[in-house]
Design a protein around this ligand. Structure first.
Ligand SMILES: *Cc1c(COP(=O)(O)O)cnc(C)c1O
Ligand code: SF4
Length: 532
């Protein structure tokens, strides 16, 4: 090994080695035979190695013996006598092997313990998620069993099961059909019968196969089957914000540069927490081409609009030729630069995502970026089939974004929401928004979750899961209002106090002073404006 006269241990390494030689506070214990053997093996490897790991292992061992037995390195083996000079040589060797010059003190005393802390933060999640929030991929066998049962009750062939039209043809819209598939309590059946006189129910057989029999508040059941609360909840419906934001037929607008076209009132299924519950699912309606033309005219005439979101209902309910026409019309408008399609169908009826649809989406996205905005609320909704639909979609469009709704009993814990984020990310979908469930509709007031609970869940993600799996937490109240806590908790002189969401620890963060810069030329300005 080359010795470098210039080499000096850094502060972390000095502290590590000094710590090993500090006088012991506790009574000294001898090494067991096994530890003695391990020590000599580690020591030999550390001297012989060309790798960093054996040196790290030796120092970790020395630290452990010091902490647990009060033994300093020379006391581990009085004959071999491991002195400070030898440890410094090993420290230098470690640093010279490591490409980034990481010191043994930095690695053993700092990095390993930071990683240890990080692992502790996730241990609870890793233990609990397979039981508390299994994905549809993890539950594939149970789902396959459900599918068999449902198909036999409905007398549904595999061709119908595998096609969108078959899924719609066999859609479950009455409590009588549902109770042939699911063994629901008598009282629930009576209540659902009462509620479905007012509100529509529709589950595709595929989506029904995600319901696990015997789970009382099954998260798929809660999302799709209306309960008594929907008519019993006290309160008056406040019209959706959009009701006073429709400047033209089919159009909603409250942002200067983004508009939505509500292109249909139909969905593959009807959600119990639907914001548009008043419009959706009363009666399926096909709109006239003239209605679309008026909406397109509005967009054409308003040059500030650059992003158009086609929603519904559900955009993938639209027949292919209509969807193709609508996208082509939008692509023809010069100031429209991007499009989005809003659809839950990839999770409720993934059979819809066939080659014909994919070709239409790709053609449009090739002209101007097209994103698909979907709604997945639980990891359960990602099955091998829906994952495959998203995989194919992701090859054809610019992005797939998820807008989840925070719902009581469905996804209102850290474990469930982390699992949702990670599972959809593994299924090619990017978490985008988590909405706090709207206060405007008494029908689903029972599904609402306090703002603070949601904030705790979303903030718990920072530092613990991949950054691009962390959604933004939003309230819809006359526009989308972010609900993240302000992590800037104060100011000390010229520094801001920032708080790390995962530990509560604060750091000082120097902030540039505008006063120091005002009026002074900046960057290339310096070349054209003489400094005074
Ligand atoms: C949600 C919404 C949008 C899109 O908002 P983004 O923040 O861009 O996703 C646009 N218009 C209306 C009416 C909306 O409700
Ligand atoms: S898919 Fe969307 S629009 Fe349709 S019922 Fe569900 S929440 Fe409402």
């Amino acid at each position: 090994m080359k010795t470098d006269m210039q080499w000096k241990p850094d502060a972390f390494t000095r502290a590590l080695i000094e710590g090993l030689f500090e006088p012991a506070e506790q009574e000294k214990h001898q090494l067991t035979d096994r530890e003695n053997e391990a020590f000599h093996a580690l020591l030999q490897k550390a001297w012989e190695t060309n790798r960093t790991r054996p040196i790290v292992d030796l120092f970790v061992f020395l630290q452990k013996m010091k902490q647990e037995k009060g033994l300093s390195p020379p006391a581990l083996d009085p004959e071999a006598g491991l002195e400070e000079a030898a440890l410094l040589l090993l420290a230098e060797k470690h640093e010279s092997i490591d490409e980034h010059g990481v010191t043994i003190g930095g690695r053993v005393d700092r990095s390993l313990s930071i990683v240890g802390q990080a692992e502790k933060r996730c241990a609870d999640y890793l233990n609990r998620h397979p039981v508390e929030a299994p994905s549809g991929i993890e539950l594939r066998d149970a789902i396959a069993e459900n599918q068999k049962r449902i198909r036999s009750v409905l007398k549904m062939g595999s061709e119908d099961w595998d096609s969108f039209s078959g899924q719609l043809k066999f859609a479950i819209e009455s409590i009588d059909t549902l109770s042939r598939i699911l063994d629901l309590p008598e009282k629930a059946v009576a209540d659902i019968r009462r509620v479905t006189r007012r509100y529509r129910m529709r589950l595709t057989p595929y989506y029904t196969s995600l319901i696990m029999p015997g789970e009382v508040n099954d998260p798929i059941l809660l999302q799709s089957v209306p309960t008594g609360e929907m008519v019993d909840n006290a309160g008056e419906e406040i019209p959706p914000v959009a009701a006073d934001h429709s400047p033209a037929r089919l159009i909603d607008q409250f942002y200067p540069r983004v508009v939505t076209i509500k292109a249909t009132n139909m969905c593959g299924m009807y959600c119990t927490h639907c914001l548009r519950i008043a419009h959706i699912g009363k009666k399926d309606r096909i709109y006239s081409k003239d209605a679309y033309r008026e909406a397109l005219d509005y967009i054409r005439e308003n040059h500030s609009i650059r992003d158009v979101l086609v929603t519904g209902g559900d955009a993938f309910v639209l027949p292919n030729d209509l969807l193709k026409w609508l996208l082509q019309e939008l692509d023809e408008i010069d100031h429209v630069r991007l499009k989005r399609l809003g659809s839950r169908i990839p999770v409720t009826t993934p059979q819809r995502i066939d080659e014909a649809l994919l070709d239409i989406l790709e053609q449009s996205s090739d002209r101007k970026p097209l994103r698909v905005v979907t709604q997945i609320n639980t990891a359960r909704e990602i099955t091998p089939v829906s994952r495959d639909a998203f995989r194919k979609l992701s090859n054809r469009v610019a992005a797939i974004l998820n807008q989840a709704v925070l719902l009581r009993g469905i996804n209102d814990t850290r474990v469930k929401m982390w699992k949702l984020s990670e599972t959809i990310q593994e299924a090619y979908v990017r978490p985008y928004y988590v909405f706090n469930c709207s206060y405007r509709n008494p029908q689903f007031a029972h599904l609402r979750v306090p703002v603070e609970t949601g904030r705790d869940i979303i903030e718990s993600m920072y530092g613990n899961i991949s950054g691009d799996a962390i959604p933004r937490y939003i309230a819809t109240a006359g526009g989308k209002i972010p609900l993240h806590r302000d992590n800037v908790t104060g100011r000390e002189g010229e520094q801001l106090v920032l708080q790390k969401p995962w530990s509560g620890e604060t750091v000082l963060y120097p902030d540039p002073r505008e006063e120091d810069r005002a009026g002074k030329p900046f960057a290339f300005e310096k070349y054209v404006i003489p400094e005074n």
